[in-house]
Write a new protein. Structure first.
Length: 96
């Protein structure tokens, strides 16, 4: 992941087509957040988030999910309460 500032006025990434542009007085706008003016730090974080979405998209496709499904399930589904010590069979006994 590599967010780069070009000429103090444009922020780009090699992982996503989204960009941020400086609008003066320390303000930045990001292509997927129209109407919002952010700080440099916030704009950088927004582009890093867009890079993460790109990564999630590629990984989600490998398991047959959309990026939204992948993120939603990862957020909503709780992790297993105890590690699997004796193989896959242990997972199925969890609900008993």
């Amino acid at each position: 992941m590599a967010v780069q500032v070009v000429g103090r006025a444009l922020m780009t990434s090699d992982q996503t087509p989204h960009q941020a542009r400086c609008v003066g007085q320390g303000g930045w706008v990001v292509s997927f957040l129209p109407g919002r003016t952010l700080t440099l730090e916030q704009a950088t974080a927004a582009l890093q988030a867009a890079e993460a979405v790109s990564t999630v998209s590629a990984l989600a496709g490998r398991v047959g999910l959309t990026p939204m499904e992948t993120v939603g399930l990862a957020i909503q589904e709780p992790p297993w309460s105890e590690p699997c010590e004796s193989g896959v069979g242990r997972l199925w006994r969890r609900g008993r």
